[in-house]
Write a protein that binds this ligand. Structure first.
Ligand code: AMP
Length: 656
């Protein structure tokens, strides 16, 4: 077969299977087979780049980086909907419709809580996608929409022009995975799938948008040249036949049936992969829609019924504390099971200590539980009249429930964190940090491999990395002999790293890569650092009193000491390797004051340290010399009082 034919066949087959997977949710082949074919196509496209077509599945991974989004004028406005909040208002809408029309049919659909977009096709090819904006003018997000796998790039029927409207969303599953990954990386979490979808759709770099695995539900045919339809239902069937993922809908004849369907959708909420913030009731007949028209903002032929957040009473059976991967202690209420928005709720989020204190939530309390937009239910209020006797206010534990290490409260924010250097709950995150580029720089073991090592109980602490055996690593998924050998070699190499890297890798609070370097070059060995007093630490330029305190706390903890001993036994270097020029200044402490002309104080400090001396910031009896530049003030005076020799900049240079 000619390579062109082969490429076309691969494209068609992949697109067909992509459709089955992403739109129908009913794959016919395994991910492995799909990836294999995709790889074949990628290889051919690399050899024949001129043959890459816009509908190739390889074009879905993004890549274009924009500087801004261009405005797009919508051919048909993207209207909003009139909201109603009660069953009574739904009935009123029905009366209103029946008064004006001889025969009425309604379509009832979930209201997807995402972002509205318009997709335009010319001659069956996707040419442009835009956000809603103000309804008349939106933003061109074509590149990002190309990465949404359930949006067809070409249509079976090549009508001259077709515009559809749909709601882009992030599925619950993807949302949870994304947030879990962000938590690991220490990035800010998205509050809900809608925010996550909004942030993703407005990425200027479509590669990032592609990674967010957005999805879409198409709910309207906006414009169509070359085909006519009588009802909304017909348009949706047509769109389904054109490979669009079409919103679930039910056509009914009476408003009572609409009400029943609204309730049924609410009960089925948990079945849908998207967040639903209501149900939409619209007229099915398209001519009737035209007759009724729109007000300034919304069509007269549809309403959006907004579900109230469902609330139910329950009882707090217990409060349990989980330790997240970043060490944050999160309290959770275990409640008596209640049915809420289609799922059985057995626990509710308590967020943090402040939240518990503010609402004074206690074990044994009767509470009102609510499931609003967010997935995890929360406690709205406490019914004090039902509080049993003998309860006490709840306080988070002072030690980590997983590893027993003391906890501390973040200076800013309400989070309480565990301090354990070997806390199992934080193991993955700690290991990721330990191996990262600026830390121990161990190449070839990413988060997925580390997770497998933890699951296989090969590592329980960073020190265990050093006793890993190649054959065990080779058995892990996606590893193999060669990559295992490389990983082991990288681990071994890291033993010879400078102390500065180790200090950063240990994950001591506030000790970043820079502080690691400062501490390493000042103390020259881990043992010297371990002996340091608070005073000594605070005297080091660039080390503030808070960091100094954290360093000492860390050094004092038994888990930290255990970790250090094991690293030392494994042969990890604990010394500063940065060259010390000589040790002429060994045992001497210098204080720099006034303005120096040839170097900054920091540079002078470095030169002193490189010769084994120390640079301190205040004058005491222990000071060996004071180096005074112009306009030296109180430090010079103090030196004179204590009889400490004073050097000019020139004297100092000479000594160097
Ligand atoms: P609102 O923004 O609250 O006025 O609600 C109107 C929005 O609901 C529209 O802009 C659509 O983006 C969205 N929507 C979600 N699902 C549907 C649906 N099935 N039919 C119509 N609009 C929907």
């Amino acid at each position: 077969m000619d390579y062109r034919e082969q490429m076309k066949e691969l494209r068609d087959t992949l697109n067909r299977h992509g459709y089955r997977y992403y739109v129908l949710d009913d794959p016919e082949i395994s991910d492995y087979e799909y990836d294999h074919m995709l790889r074949q196509l990628e290889d051919l496209e690399r050899e024949h780049p001129e043959e890459v077509t816009p509908d190739s599945p390889t074009q879905r991974i993004g890549g274009k980086i924009l500087t801004q989004f261009e405005p797009v004028e919508h051919a048909v406005p993207l209207e909003s909907l009139q909201d109603v909040f009660s069953s009574g208002e739904v009935a009123e809408f029905g009366v209103h419709m029946e008064e004006q029309l001889s025969r009425v049919e309604y379509s009832v659909e979930p209201k997807v809580d995402g972002l509205s977009v318009a997709l335009e096709y010319r001659d069956g090819v996707f040419v442009r996608g835009a956000t809603r904006g103000d309804g008349s003018v939106g933003e061109d997000v074509t590149e990002n929409l190309r990465t949404v796998r359930s949006i067809p790039m070409t249509l079976p029927e090549k009508l001259p022009r077709l515009i559809v409207r749909g709601e882009v969303y992030m599925s619950h599953k993807v949302f949870e995975e994304l947030n879990a990954m962000r938590e690991l990386k220490g990035e800010a979490l998205f509050a809900n799938p809608r925010n996550a979808a909004a942030g993703s759709l407005r990425q200027l770099n479509s590669k990032i948008a592609a990674q967010r695995r957005l999805d879409i539900q198409i709910f309207n045919l906006q414009l169509c040249e070359g085909q006519t339809f009588a009802t909304h239902e017909e348009t949706l069937s047509y769109l389904a036949s054109q490979n669009f993922k079409v919103i679930p809908h039910r056509v009914v004849e009476t408003i009572e049936e609409c009400q029943a369907e609204i309730a049924a959708l609410n009960d089925r909420r948990a079945e849908f992969p998207f967040d639903m913030d209501g149900a939409v009731v619209k007229l099915n007949n398209l001519i009737d829609r035209d007759i009724l028209g729109s007000t300034a903002k919304s069509p007269r032929w549809a309403i959006a019924y907004k579900y109230p957040p469902e609330q139910k009473p329950s009882k707090v059976l217990d409060i349990v504390v989980q330790v997240g991967r970043t060490g944050v202690l999160t309290p959770k209420a275990v409640v008596e099971p209640v049915r809420l928005a289609g799922t059985t709720v057995t626990n509710a989020s308590l967020h943090n200590q402040d939240y518990i204190t503010e609402k004074d939530i206690r074990i044994g309390d009767t509470v009102i539980v609510q499931k609003a937009g967010e997935i995890i239910p929360e406690i709205v209020s406490v019914d004090l009249s039902k509080r049993p006797e003998g309860t006490t206010p709840y306080h988070l534990p002072e030690t980590c429930p997983v590893c027993g290490a003391p906890v501390f409260r973040d200076e800013e924010g309400a989070a309480v964190r565990c301090t354990g250097a070997e806390c199992p709950a934080q193991l993955l995150r700690n290991l990721m940090h330990f191996v990262s580029r600026d830390a121990m720089d161990i190449d070839g073991i990413g988060p997925a491999v580390l997770q497998q090592m933890i699951d296989a109980d090969l590592v329980r602490s960073a020190a265990d990395l050093y006793s890993l055996r190649e054959e065990d690593v080779a058995k892990l998924e996606r590893m193999g002999k060669k990559s295992a050998a490389n990983a082991i070699a990288a681990i071994k190499r890291s033993k010879g790293n400078d102390l500065s890297r180790l200090l950063y890798a240990l994950g001591i609070r506030q000790v970043g890569a820079k502080a690691g370097k400062v501490l390493a070059s000042h103390f020259r060995s881990f043992d010297a650092l371990a002996q340091a007093s608070l005073e000594e630490l605070t005297e080091i330029p660039d080390i503030g009193p808070i960091t100094a305190r954290f360093v000492l706390d860390w050094l004092e903890s038994s888990q930290s000491r255990h970790l250090i001993e094991r690293l030392r036994d494994a042969g990890v270097n604990m010394d500063c390797l940065e060259k010390q020029i000589n040790s002429d200044f060994e045992g001497m402490t210098f204080v720099l004051t006034g303005s120096l002309t040839r170097f900054t104080r920091q540079e002078a400090g470095k030169m002193i340290e490189a010769r084994g001396g120390k640079a301190a910031s205040s004058v005491s009896k222990k000071t060996t010399y004071v180096v005074a530049g112009d306009n030296a003030g109180s430090k010079l005076q103090k030196a004179e009082e204590l009889g400490i020799p004073v050097l000019t900049e020139d004297d100092f240079l000479e000594m160097l």
